[in-house]
Every structure is written in C-alpha cells, then in structure tokens.
Design a protein around this ligand. Structure first.
Ligand code: TNX
Length: 590
C-alpha cells in the first residue's frame, strides 16, 4: 500500500507520458484524454485476461517483455463483469455483455453516446489539446461526428467484430472487446501508447508511461489489406510472417498473396506437382525462385490467423500463367511448352480456354487452395489477359467463378472480371487510376462489392519520388501524402460507400528483391492506407496524420524496420532514419 502510494505520488510529479492518447495510427474513432490518469508499467505489472482472450494477452506480454525486461505474467481473470482493475494490472476483458463503460474506471464515466470526444487528428495537431479540450468539450456534439453518427458504444457488443474500448487510469489499463480480434486491436493500441523504445529488442531503462484516458474504437471498413507479390520474386516464409506483423500493428486484417504469375508458381498443388516443382524454379532476373509447401502455406495462414489477419490466396487466371504453362504444356493453346520467363512484361500468356483439361486444372487448383485456406476468400486474378478475346475471356471467367464458388469460397478478382456474370458475394478489386469506370460501377449495381486499390494512390510498387532506387512509375509517383489524401468511400464514380468493402495496398515485386526493400516500400505508406481503411472519415487530416506518423519513425528504427525517410513527414530526429536500400535499378515495364 505504502509503496503504491509512493509510486502514485511519484507519478503525479512525473512529466506527462511522452505519447499522447490521440497519437495512435490509425486514428481511433473516439479519444478522451485524462492527463491526470497516466499509468506507468513497473516490474510488478501483471496481465489478467478473461476466457477467450488468453492468446491476445500472451502476445501483448511478448511485445512488452523484450524492451521493458519486466516479467509481465499472464493470469486468467474470473471476472468478465467490468469489475475494478486492481492496482498495477493490464486487464483484458472479452465479453459480449459486460458494459463497455466499466464504472470502476473514473475516466470512462463521461464517455457515452453524448460524451465529449477528442478526435485523434485534432489532438495530434493541436499539441496542448489534452485535458482542457476533453473537459471543455463536455456535452459537445463531438461524439456523433467522430463516430460517423453512430454515437459511442454503450456495451461491448456495440463494439462489433473488431472494435475495442481502452481505459487508462492511474492504477491500471483495461481493454474490453466483444471478440478476440477487438481485444487484439486494443492491445496494438496499448503498444503504441508506450514510448517508442517499447519496440526495441533488448531491455532499456525508460519510464514506461501510458497516457491516461479512454479510447472507443471501431473500423470504418471490414476489409483492410495489403498484397505481397511472391511470384515475381519469391519471399521465404519468415519474410511473409514479418509482413503479417507489420499489417497487424496497423490493424490491417487481410494479407493477399499473389501466388502465381508468369515468372513463378509459388504454392504446391498435390494433384499438379510440376506447377511448384518446375513452375516455382524461376523468378524475375533469373534468381532461384522457390515455392511454399502446403505445410509452409498452412504455417503462414496460422501465424496470420493468430494476429487476426486473413490470408487471401490469388491464383491468377487466365493470363499471367507462363510458369504453369512451362510446367504443363497441355494447358497452352498450342500444346508446346513456352520458355521459362524471367522478364517483367505482362499480358502475353494464357491457359487454353478451349480445352476441358484447363477447367479440370482450375478445379483441382482452386479446390486444393480452398482446402488449405480457412478464410472466406479466393482471388482469381483475371487481369491483363490481353491475348484472350473479350467473349472468350468472359466465358472462361464465368466458369472459373463457378468453380471457386463450388469450393465454398467467395470470389475475389481484379476489376477486369467486371463484365462477367455475378456470383454470390463477388468482390472486385479496383486498381485503375482515374476513378471513373462505368463497367465496374455496373458490376456493383449487379451485386459486386469493391476493394479499392487505386494504382495512383496505393500501389506500393510505385516510387515515392523520381530518385527512389526501386519501383515503378507507370501510375505516377506516390509519396505519403498522395497515398493518404483520398477517400475510399467516394473514390469511384457511381459506386456508393456501402458497396466498398475496404482498401488494399498491393506490393508488386518486379523490382523488389529483399525483405528490407519490401519494408522500404511499405513504410511509411502502409500506415497511411491502414488509416484510410480503419478511421472514421471525420478524423481525416493530413496535418495531424503526418505528425502522428512521424512519431512512428523511432518505433520502426527500434524494431529494425527499414523505411523511406519521406520529406512529407516531420521525423523527430535524423537518428530515427535508417539507411535505405541503395540499389540502382530498374527499368519500368508496365
Ligand atoms: C499491373 S495491377 C499488374 C501487375 C504488375 C503491376 C506492376 C495488376 C492487376 N496487374 O501484373 O505487376 O501492374 O505495377
């Protein structure tokens, strides 16, 4: 007791926590800071978790132990009833029925449907917006704006599939959610509220302060993703797992793997073994290539699932299939194997749409991939089949869509699939560059939903600037502001926001060869896209975002993540900027 009192007194004298409650990326729906309620982790801090949340608690402990050096034991908590967080605890509560507004945590009392809120973007830009803003705004209409009209969550169930509530008081932290995914996102927020040194891999001396107050948070869109092209260059399992970690940090919940293309087939298919064995042995530039065994793929899927990331496998058809044709010449229209391809042109290859064996191949492949994939999606590609006449293309795609539907998966495809007939739930991934595509809008009217990946906004293989050492520029140069300053809800003419499932940032890898280069292209644009997918539109604010993002530079540096030191972002110190990959490449070939 005495020690606790002494610690409290010390905390009151201590400077405020270095991170402000509104500094989170992506910006939370509602933020109510209480600077008098900072909590500081100590060697005695423990984690308590209610049934069903244990794996999130274990992961939180794993994130916090290396830099703090604290033991952070995880124990089950019998109470899922909103009872008081005992002193020095991080309490994770998974409950559909517990109030999201636990009475024991002082700062939360005022956060309800009519409560003051502080939108993160405003807090980030405003500097001293903390207590005064929160207290002064009591009764203001902020909540409705921030929540997109929904008001605040009154109970955990209102937090939905992925939402959470986080309360920090001087005595502890509580995260409450209706699902493990929500709890996980809340835990990622808590991680970001600690000083940047938390991302280091060895113990450091630091005051591990968490800013006081409450956050209530839910995503704007259910689908928030990134794509990794493992076909142009192959990336080993460990690299993919690290990319999953990067996605999860920013509450992205889908990893689309572009598994097949002209230059390589990267997934083992038992019924057509030469696809991986022969088709996997090449990559752009003549390197050794590689492929995932089914065990490898399962490992990726399981690792991602633990982080609440769903893997979306893509088998690109009918074009982008040279590697498959090398392995199985009977799939080519001329029945003669083409030479292996290691260049970067697109649009020349296709499987024979006139041969029944092609459909047996498609059925076998999507059948095996579907069986390996717990998530609901299977991506059929469909882009750039330039050599296939429109009618033939459409008939092929319609059969392929039906074969995917027969596996129980929902069809996803690039927006070139638009003219084909609708199948239940079909999702088109729009990668155009002009925001105006009547054919896609028409497919939406026929029932399709959309994933937005505008090439000139979120193609992460585009260079940041003319002197970026890797990447393309066919869709323009994309620095951070360009990646951030658009609205997925209104981007495509004639497509209502309700038809937008979400956003995805693809990374094509013709010129990207190593994990460091992958990270360099992802950071800092990936968090910008994550914010578009997660945060209510009312928080959208470039000035605030760039400030919040800047504070992540030291986090990435501590975690050993390579990033582009974009001049768009006011990085805190040059020391936070790691060496960028220096390679003088690559011919642009789109
Ligand atoms: C277009 S976007 C492609 C890819 C290339 C990419 C390069 C799409 C569906 N197809 O095959 O890798 O451009 O930026």
């Amino acid at each position: 007791m005495a020690r606790t009192a002494a610690r409290r007194a010390g905390d009151l004298l201590a400077p405020p926590a270095p991170v402000r409650l509104g500094d989170v990326v992506p910006a939370p729906e509602q933020v109510l800071p209480d600077p008098a309620a900072d909590f500081t982790l100590s060697p005695g801090t423990a984690i308590r978790v209610s049934a069903g949340g244990r794996d999130v608690a274990v992961q939180l402990a794993e994130w916090l132990r290396p830099a703090t050096g604290f033991p952070l034991p995880v124990a089950d908590s019998p109470a899922a009833d909103g009872s008081s967080a005992a002193d020095g605890l991080l309490v994770l509560t998974l409950s559909e029925t517990a109030p999201a507004d636990p009475p024991s945590v002082d700062a939360t009392a005022s956060v309800d449907a009519a409560a003051p809120v502080e939108v993160a973007g405003v807090a980030g830009a405003g500097g001293a917006a903390g207590a005064a803003g929160a207290a002064g705004a009591a009764g203001a209409a902020g909540a409705a704006g921030a929540a997109g009209g929904d008001g605040a969550a009154g109970a955990a169930s209102e937090l939905g599939d992925e939402g959470y509530r986080l309360d920090v008081t001087a005595s502890g932290v509580r995260i409450i959610a209706a699902t493990a995914a929500g709890l996980f996102h809340g835990a990622q927020t808590l991680r970001q509220l600690l000083p940047a040194a938390i991302d280091g891999t060895a113990p450091v001396t630091e005051r591990w302060a968490v800013p006081g107050g409450s956050i209530v948070d839910r995503p704007r869109f259910p689908y928030r993703g990134a794509m990794l092209d493992v076909a142009r260059h192959f990336f080993p399992v460990e690299d993919v797992l690290r990319v999953v970690d990067h996605l999860a940090r920013y509450k992205l919940n889908h990893l689309h793997l572009h598994l097949t293309d002209d230059q390589g087939w990267r997934i083992a298919v038992d019924s057509w073994p030469r696809l991986a064995e022969v088709g996997g042995a090449t990559e752009v530039g003549g390197g050794p290539g590689g492929y995932y065994t089914q065990a490898d793929y399962r490992r990726i899927v399981a690792y991602a699932a633990r982080r609440h990331v769903t893997v979306v496998p893509e088998i690109d058809l009918p074009g982008h299939t040279n590697a498959a044709l090398v392995a199985y010449p009977e799939l080519t229209p001329g029945k003669v194997a083409p030479p292996p391809y290691t260049g970067t042109e697109v649009g020349f290859s296709y499987v024979d749409p006139a041969d029944e064996r092609t459909y047996a191949f498609v059925a076998d492949v999507v059948g095996e991939v579907a069986a390996l994939t717990p998530g609901p999606w299977l991506h059929l590609g469909g882009d750039e089949a330039f050599k296939v006449p429109a009618d033939t293309y459409r008939a092929f795609v319609e059969r392929a869509q039906t074969l995917v539907a027969a596996t129980g998966k929902t069809v996803v495809g690039w927006h070139q699939l638009a003219p084909a007939g609708h199948v239940d739930g079909r999702v088109l991934q729009w990668w155009g560059t002009n925001g105006d595509d009547p054919e896609t809008a028409e497919a939406v009217r026929r029932g399709a939903r959309l994933i937005l990946s505008p090439g000139n906004r979120v193609y992460l293989d585009m260079k940041y600037a003319a002197d970026t050492p890797i990447g393309h520029d066919w869709a323009g140069l994309i620095d951070v502001r360009r990646a951030y300053d658009w609205d997925p809800g209104t981007h495509l003419t004639g497509v209502p926001a309700e038809a937008v499932l979400g956003v995805e940032a693809p990374l094509w890898t013709e010129s990207v060869t190593t994990l460091a280069e992958v990270e360099f292209m992802l950071f800092p644009r990936l968090p910008a896209v994550a914010e578009l997918g997660w945060s209510p539109r009312s928080t959208h604010d470039w000035a605030g975002f760039r400030e919040r993002l800047a504070a992540h530079g030291p986090r990435w540096a501590a975690a050993g993540i390579t990033f582009h030191p974009s001049p768009d972002v006011p990085w805190p110190t040059p020391a936070a900027v790691p060496t960028q990959p220096t390679r003088d490449t690559t011919a642009d070939t789109h």
